[in-house]
Design a protein around this ligand. Structure first.
Ligand SMILES: NC(=O)c1ccc[n+]([C@@H]2O[C@H](COP(=O)([O-])OP(=O)(O)OC[C@H]3O[C@@H](n4cnc5c(N)ncnc54)[C@H](O)[C@@H]3O)[C@@H](O)[C@H]2O)c1
Length: 432
């Protein structure tokens, strides 16, 4: 008798293993459908399809199981719809003031909340009932970090000097020491309140401090809201070479308050627009065309939805390729030449401005004209006068290099990209 029971249980265990695999495969397919629906603006609910699934499948089991199998299928459909809702994820929060986008990366998933006037309720989105080490820079209005501090149980604000020079080992070391002096431990958190420099530096510090502690980001420049704060890349520079030392560290949440852009100088708004144009150029023709058809003023008046669209582009790419082994490389469009210019001595251009210049030689045919003219609308540069020797040296440092070849992202047509592997010499000759 006991043998019989054990045998039946072994059989069930075997079936459960197969079902777990089938369930995971089914959910993977559900996610694909959700992404398709998201892309094409389709509703989650599809009653005709549901009825058909129930009917067709209930006919596959013996009469005696039809009722319970139908219940099982209904539960499965309901779970699938929940999963789809999660993927579609763009739901308004309780008071309708924010859009919540969800980055799906398994256990590293996190929300990106976009809206106006959100910083004063950061504690609704971040777990701040613990010690928080808030990092900002001396160019960011102090009220932003102070507001976050006022919402924390116990916090300190650590201020670095504004500018790229803060992405250095010296600054990192001082900061880690301050974290330790504040007795920050593994259950506590780091909160970045600033642009891409603060986000990259604080994010990297949080990834190495005690082998990693929680990190939240409140990006305060347009560039960091649409790009730097999303996707988990953190880094500091080494000997003048950009982002050489870094880590993938996904934040626990990103709070994008477009209200803070009111204090951001226009040059920095335009700098951020360079990254928006970059993403639209290689991944979203519709957004690119919308920018072409809108004045600079109208775009800024509508900035929350532009940011939401740009974040969706980046989110979708990062979800498909978190660690940049493939698709994510397309976000480096314009960056190979851009970084080389940025690293050249006496460069006083901002990151986005360098990327703007970097996009031109890698845009082809009609795309080149459309990108140039959109960049000009935002008074962004499209050419440079940096010595070609310095440029070649900068390109040779490129982290996208494999062997003696670098992967270059081209835009053959708006909304499309292609990747070509070439030597530094070949790429330099294209630029020239
Ligand atoms: N991690 C990534 O995926 C990623 C992506 C793109 C760029 N980056 C990095 O981001 C950095 C550039 O970021 P950035 O353009 O935000 O520059 P930044 O962080 O230097 O900020 C620009 C300036 O604006 C000031 N500022 C910030 N917010 C303000 C506000 N609301 N009002 C007034 N002033 C404000 C800052 O003090 C600073 O002087 C570069 O180091 C770049 O490598 C990282």
């Amino acid at each position: 008798m006991k043998d019989k029971l054990a045998k039946a249980r072994r059989k069930i265990d075997g079936i459960d293993r197969k079902m777990a695999k089938l369930f995971s495969d089914r959910m993977d397919a559900v996610r694909e459908i959700a992404r398709y629906k998201r892309e094409h603006g389709l509703e989650i609910q599809d009653t005709a399809r549901e009825t058909e699934v129930l009917k067709r499948n209930s006919e596959l089991v013996p009469e005696e199981y039809v009722r319970s199998y139908t219940d099982f299928l209904k539960k499965l459909i309901s779970l699938s719809k929940e999963e789809q809702a999660d993927i579609l994820g763009e739901m308004d929060n309780a008071n309708g003031a924010a859009t919540v986008l969800k980055m799906h990366l398994g256990e590293n998933s996190y929300p990106i909340i976009v809206g106006k006037g959100l910083i004063g309720s950061a504690d609704e989105y971040f777990k701040l009932d613990r010690k928080a080490f808030i990092v900002t820079d001396d160019g960011v209005p102090t009220e932003y970090a102070d507001t976050v501090r006022s919402l924390c149980k116990r916090a300190t604000v650590y201020t670095v000097k504004a500018g790229e020079s803060s992405k250095s080992f010296d600054v990192l070391q001082e900061m880690l020491k301050a974290m330790s002096d504040f007795h920050l431990n593994r259950g506590d958190c780091v909160v970045a309140v600033g642009g891409g420099v603060v986000g990259d530096l604080a994010g990297f510090a949080s990834s190495v401090y005690m082998r990693g502690i929680d990190f939240y980001n409140v990006p305060t420049t347009l560039l960091s809201q649409v790009d730097a704060s999303v996707g988990g890349k953190t880094a500091i520079n080494l000997c003048g070479v950009k982002n050489t030392v870094g880590a993938f560290k996904q934040p626990k949440a990103v709070l994008v308050d477009v209200g803070v852009l009111e204090t951001l100088p226009k040059r920095h708004m335009r700098n951020g627009m360079a990254e928006v144009i970059k993403m639209a150029a290689v991944a979203n023709e519709k957004l690119f065309a919308a920018l072409e058809n809108s004045s600079e003023e109208d775009t800024y008046n509508n900035i929350a939805s532009i940011i939401t669209e740009a974040v969706k582009i980046k989110r979708d790419i990062v979800e498909a390729d978190e660690k940049e082994s493939g698709l994510r490389k397309i976000l480096n469009f314009g960056h190979t030449l851009g970084h080389a210019i940025e690293e050249s001595e006496r460069c006083d251009r901002l990151h986005g401005e360098c990327v703007a210049i970097g996009m031109i030689p890698v845009s082809l045919a009609d795309a080149k004209d459309r990108i140039s003219s959109l960049l000009r609308k935002y008074s962004l540069p499209t050419s440079h006068d940096v010595d070609s020797e310095l440029i070649s040296r900068g390109i040779a440092h490129d982290k996208k290099a494999k062997g003696d070849k670098i992967s270059i992202i081209f835009c053959p047509q708006i909304g499309k990209y292609c990747i070509k592997n070439m030597t530094v010499e070949e790429f330099t000759s294209i630029i020239e």
